[in-house]
Ligand binder design. Structure first.
Ligand code: DX5
Ligand code: ZN
Length: 226
């Protein structure tokens, strides 16, 4: 894991993978070069959809770690502070909570780091960057949602590009900037230029006919961006 977050990365999101074959699906993209696997946890309350919990993270963590990749767990759930230790024990390497879901965000971020995991905070499209003013020194990663969370395959919200530029300028250099939602080959380089260094890609990798090729093309675009 170490400092993988400070590199330019494409993080395939298993939300668009075949949930009956998660070991094979994660193996495919790791083989293609992925070092970070994005896992979307949804509770049917914070977002309208329900996905998976810590038990599934625990099941996929050993093969992902054995192949040299890390798990980036995006908690789209209410009261995430109740589940931090469970996800850390399950093998999460990064835990990202939503600013909108945390009444005591400062405490929750400390709780994540105390669990030995990198701490991330996510902002919905309608949430201002400035809401992070008092915690920006306390996070390892800021995730800018470029769709309203809940589903894969949605259209990128164009205003997110300017938000990414402002985010990169607003945060200490050591904090990673992740963008999630509607990432594709057509916007990947622009997103990196705007300041994102971790690009989540669900549909554009696992929805492709050839996920290996799709991952490699995205990774090449990200690497070549200026
Ligand atoms: C959406 C999730 C995303 C999702 C992105 O709420 O947080 O991680 O997998 O999917 P795409 O890349 O298909 O927009
Ligand atoms: Zn996500």
């Amino acid at each position: 894991m170490s400092d993988v977050l400070n590199e330019r990365l494409v993080a395939p999101s298993i939300l668009s993978a075949d949930f009956g074959r998660l070991e094979a699906e994660t193996g495919t993209v790791i083989e293609a070069g992925a070092r970070l696997i994005h896992v979307d946890v949804m509770d049917g309350h914070f977002v309208p959809n329900i996905t998976i919990g810590a038990l599934v993270v625990k099941a996929i963590a050993p093969p992902v770690h054995e192949r040299g990749a890390a798990l980036d767990v995006h908690l789209m759930i209410e009261d995430p502070q109740r589940y931090i230790e469970a996800f850390a024990a399950a093998g999460a390497d990064v835990l990202t909570v939503h600013q909108e879901a945390c009444v005591h965000l400062h405490r929750t971020l400390a709780q994540i780091r105390e669990a030995g995991v990198k701490a991330g905070v996510a902002l919905n499209p309608a949430t201002p960057l400035e809401s992070l003013a008092e915690v920006r020194e306390l996070v390892d990663l800021v995730l800018i949602m470029s769709v309203d969370p809940g589903f894969g395959g949605q259209r990128f919200i164009e205003g997110s590009l300017d938000k990414l530029r402002r985010t990169r300028a607003y945060l200490p250099a050591a904090v990673a900037v992740e963008v999630d939602g509607g990432v594709s080959l057509s916007n990947a380089a622009t997103l990196v230029t705007a300041g994102a260094n971790v690009l989540v890609a669900g549909n554009s990798v696992y929805g492709a006919i050839d996920p290996t090729r799709a991952f490699r093309e995205l990774a090449a675009a990200v690497a070549a961006a200026r």
